[in-house]
Design a protein around this ligand. Structure first.
Ligand code: ASP
Ligand code: MG
Length: 409
């Protein structure tokens, strides 16, 4: 008998019919002899609507406002937890709903994007021991001072993985509207293949690169706690993609997937004095403004006096980044600042890179054959990313997908 955590995303509980469908998925697991704890999202669109209500009233500039934001925005999940428990009752299955605070799932006090401190799994264990299904409202927890907290958008994935870790569950099934993790975005490459398995590290790279199947934090948590996660569709009856340890992924491919992101912008500072402390001087003001920098290249100047520095920031942060750098100009003494929003980051990802040489060469050759210019390159042990002009995004993704042999057999 296994203990399974099932998580249903917003589209999987979007109306009463789909809530009944989710209940049927729970029943199927029970019929196999397993015990089930469920984590639910709000019905599709509900969280956005609640956020809009809040924003119509408040600019959300104070801690007090964020506290009430959490009170309002967390309500969507509470509704679905009760509705799913009711749907189970109607099928003759005993079930109890739990709000985050009733578990309790304890968080810090950072309203709007709280982190989980701990989960006391006793009450859930007791419910399961009594033959109940526990239906937990995702995305929410309770602060040390007893207030509602939410975990950041998409946070019910993290609730589910955290609960699976706390319960020592055998598997955490994340039901969503796609049937798994693909080698790349099937909307761009119709021949993209569903992966049976993907290593946590690869999924982390894919998730943070824009393949938004799971909240990135949930993948980190699964990796740290060794939770076996399956991503699968609630509208099909087929296995999805398993997130597993690297040793178990064994796809034996050089490359597992191609990811892309249109969320970044390029910033270049030219004529920067080439001396110690300059990089710190540039990135200090950005860090102070809470702006994340991703790819970075610095040129070396032959004469050794001035250099160029190019890096990327989130598109949404670009205006603030420019403002911070212009403010710091008298200190930084750069010559020019240019920026470009029409860029895309394309990445090839795969743990196979650790043992196969030449991936970078294959990638650069493929792009060159298509006449695509590379603006910036960055690498990690299992990923190579390039920044290119945004208009070539699809072309680059398709060419790389083919070049690395990722098409369906
Ligand atoms: N309902 C929340 C959101 O839309 C949490 C989630 O669905 O994961 O962000
Ligand atoms: Mg989600």
């Amino acid at each position: 008998m296994a203990l399974i955590v099932q998580k249903f995303g917003g589209t999987s509980v979007a109306d009463i019919g789909r809530i009944k469908n989710a209940a049927a998925k729970v029943k199927k697991e029970l019929d196999l002899g397993n015990r089930v704890a469920v984590v639910v999202s709000a019905m599709a669109g509900v969280t956005n609507q609640l956020v809009k209500f809040v924003e119509e009233l408040s600019p959300l500039t104070t801690d007090e406002a964020w506290r009430e934001y959490d009170q309002v925005v967390s309500s969507g999940e509470q509704v679905t937890s009760g509705l799913l428990a009711l749907a189970l009752h109607e099928m003759g299955i005993p079930a109890w709903s739990f709000a985050g605070g009733q578990v309790p799932l304890k968080t810090d006090i950072v309203h709007g994007k709280a982190r989980i401190h701990s989960i006391d799994a006793q009450a859930i264990h007791k419910a399961l021991d009594n033959g109940m299904v526990a239906v937990v409202a995702g995305f929410q927890g309770i602060t040390p001072d007893g207030r509602m907290a939410t975990l950041g958008r998409g946070g019910s994935d993290t609730s589910a993985v955290a609960l699976a870790a706390a319960l020592h569950a055998d598997r955490c099934d994340i039901y969503t509207d796609v049937d798994g993790v693909y080698t790349t975005d099937p909307r761009i490459v119709p021949g993209a293949r569903k992966l049976d398995k993907i290593a946590y590290e690869e999924m982390l790279e894919m998730a943070s690169l824009g393949a938004k199947v799971l909240q990135t934090r949930s993948v980190e948590m699964a990796m740290n706690h060794g939770v076996v996660v399956q991503v699968l569709s609630s509208f099909a009856d087929a296995p999805g993609t398993l997130l597993v340890k690297e040793e178990e992924s064994m796809e034996q491919q050089k490359i597992t997937g191609i990811a892309y992101s249109r969320d970044e912008a390029r910033v270049t500072l030219t004529g920067v004095p080439d001396k110690p402390g300059v990089a710190a001087g540039i990135f200090g003001p950005l860090a102070e403004a809470n702006i994340n920098v991703d790819m970075i290249v610095q040129n070396i100047d032959e004469i050794g006096r001035v250099t160029d520095m190019t890096f990327t920031v989130g598109k949404a942060d670009l205006d603030r980044a420019i403002a911070a750098l212009e403010k710091a100009r008298p200190v930084l003494q750069y010559k020019d600042l240019t920026a470009d929003k029409n860029v895309a980051k394309i990445s090839v990802v795969g743990v196979g890179m650790r043992s196969h040489a030449g991936v970078a060469l294959d990638m650069f050759k493929t792009l060159a054959e298509k006449g695509i210019n590379i603006l910036v390159i960055s690498t990690s042990e299992i990923k190579i990313s390039v920044l290119i002009a945004e208009e070539y995004t699809e072309l680059a993704v398709r060419a790389l997908h083919q070049a690395f042999g990722l098409e369906k057999a």
